[in-house]
Ligand binder design. Structure first.
Ligand SMILES: C/C(=C\Cc1cc(O)c2ccccc2c1O)CCC[C@H](C)CCC[C@H](C)CCCC(C)C
Ligand code: SAM
Length: 229
């Protein structure tokens, strides 16, 4: 399963950023900025971006922590990490980011290292959600916050119907035109089996987070889980 997920993300790497902009009508940038603000990361902090992909959240964190801070972006897709590296090299001044190829279920960091963390559209894709949150908990400093952004199934039936319609009739057909139909068709079943907000809160509390709150955004079609150690 892990290899299949990595293959999906390696395959979509050439079109990933473009499709996110087109398919969310640019909205994913706003959702990511909300997640960054919720982490309360500040200048000089050492931050972590799990499942960093092409680096959107890591680059935003780097802007917040400034040149006195440091960001680590972790992902297991070499192709998306290559895009992230190229993006960071074109920035001025050069952000202080290390791109780390690793599995987020087994993080290559000591305990209690990070002041803040993000995870964008990663939790739904890991093969073991409690383990992933446990690893995040282990590497955060006591009191540190993390913001976990992902798709969510709205309570409101009309928005849920719209979300499903949009995935089936806009997202998959457009991805098909770019040769990545199967990869984007994977979003819908992955969302069906993803725990809803209150279940995510329960798992976060079980692995030891002192607080956990889930905020539905975009009419509940997306959500941000905020945890603090
Ligand atoms: C940045 C976004 C999704 C990232 C993403 C996550 C995955 O798990 C994938 C799995 C397989 C292939 C691709 C991805 C992937 O790109 C969120 C925005 C992009 C979405 C494709 C757009 C979804 C739109 C909402 C259902 C409704 C938006 C309504 C309105 C137009 C704003
Ligand atoms: C949808 S992308 C999100 C990328 C980026 N965070 C964003 O918001 O645009 C999901 C990412 O999770 C990564 N991923 C999934 N499972 C992983 C795991 N167990 N370890 C490391 N990376 C993983 C994939 O390689 C992919 O880059």
């Amino acid at each position: 399963m892990t290899n299949e997920i990595r293959t999906i993300f390696n395959r979509i790497a050439p079109v990933y950023d473009q499709l996110n902009d087109w398919l969310s009508l640019g909205q994913h940038r706003i959702w990511k900025e909300m997640a960054i603000k919720w982490t309360a990361a500040k200048p000089g902090d050492t931050c972590l971006d799990l499942c960093c992909g092409s680096g959107d959240l890591a680059l935003r964190l780097a802007r917040r922590v400034g040149l006195t801070g440091k960001v680590y972006g972790v992902d297991f897709s070499p192709n998306l990490l290559e895009n992230a590296k190229q993006r960071s090299q074109t920035q001025y001044p050069q952000p202080s980011i290390s791109w780390v190829e690793a599995n987020v279920l087994d993080l290559p960091f000591e305990n209690n290292q990070f002041d803040a963390a993000t995870m964008g559209y990663g939790l739904r894709n890991v093969t073991d959600i409690p383990r992933s949150l446990q690893e995040l908990h282990r590497v955060l400093k006591p009191g540190a916050k993390a913001a976990i952004l992902d798709f969510h199934r709205p309570n409101n039936q009309q928005f849920r119907t719209f979300q499903q319609w949009y995935l089936d009739n806009i997202v998959v057909p457009l991805a098909d035109r770019l040769g990545v139909k199967e990869e984007y068709a994977y979003i819908s079943p992955s969302l069906d089996r993803f725990p809803i907000g209150k279940e995510q809160v329960e798992i976060a509390r079980q692995v030891g987070f002192a607080s956990a709150t889930h905020y539905p955004i975009a009419n509940g079609m997306m959500g941000v889980l905020i945890v603090s150690k």
